[in-house]
Design a protein. Structure first.
Length: 245
């Protein structure tokens, strides 16, 4: 990301958190590694030291960073809580089951080079391309989720010419490519919204609570065909898990 935008409506400390989070996610700052001092960060990002302190304190409270007295601030090991959902269900089916009227808004579809995480998840080879599909999912005309789906081009050639529009992706894959999801694995974690674009698309305020999920779906022959990241509004979306002894 560009470092700090002083003309943005997003608070400076939130932009600092976004910057530090990206540095951690990209591997620039690794687990257990010390991040630059508050003084250096303030100079580098062009903000006050108070702003840096505020951002770091929040990240310490969230568990992303930790402090060692007299030594500095370090990147904490990421901790997650996994919920194993027992029913294979699409977003639309999920919302309909809750009694909502649903619709999807396609923001864009493009061919991209997948990052290493997506390549590994989809078991792709070097040079393989993926379609990136960005959509907003609505329930009763209220934005509920932003989704980023990645599908291998070699499985779905010319996907951008198949007329996805605001229609069901799974229905399109089934009708045009005879590809139907047989199983999927999902992981969820709690987050707060800091990316300006996602804040705008979900029509909420910065640092709004949210759920972040990753779904990797497979065909009947076990071939991975979908990697989807979803950012779900925390005030409206609830995970339900049925447990039995």
């Amino acid at each position: 990301m560009s470092k700090i935008n002083h003309s943005s409506y997003m608070p400076l400390y939130a932009q600092v958190i976004d910057y530090l989070t990206e540095m951690i996610d990209s591997g620039r700052y690794k687990t257990g590694e010390q991040i630059p001092s508050e003084m250096l960060l303030a100079k580098d990002l062009g903000v006050s030291r108070i702003t840096i302190t505020n951002a770091i304190q929040r990240m310490v409270q969230e568990g992303t960073l930790y402090r060692i007295q007299g030594k500095g601030t370090f990147v904490a090991e990421k901790k997650s809580v996994e919920h194993r959902l027992t029913t294979l269900i699409s977003f639309t089916e999920d919302m309909v089951s809750r009694g909502y009227r649903t619709r999807t808004e396609l923001i864009g579809i493009e061919l991209v080079v997948p990052n290493e995480k997506i390549m590994q998840s989809l078991e792709l080879s070097e040079g393989d391309m993926t379609w990136k599909i960005k959509r907003i999912r609505y329930a009763d005309e209220e934005p509920m989720a932003v989704q980023y789906a990645y599908l291998p081009e070699k499985i779905f050639p010319e996907l951008d010419k198949k007329g996805l529009g605001n229609n069901s992706l799974y229905e399109l894959l089934r009708d045009e490519y005879q590809a139907e999801m047989a199983e999927a694995e999902e992981h969820y974690r709690v987050m707060v919204l800091r990316k300006e674009e996602e804040v705008r698309m979900l029509n909420v305020s910065p640092e709004f609570p949210a759920l972040f999920s990753v779904r990797v779906s497979s065909l009947a022959n076990k071939q991975k065909f979908e990697y989807t990241e979803s950012v779900l509004r925390g005030d409206r979306y609830v995970l339900s898990v049925k447990l039995s002894k």
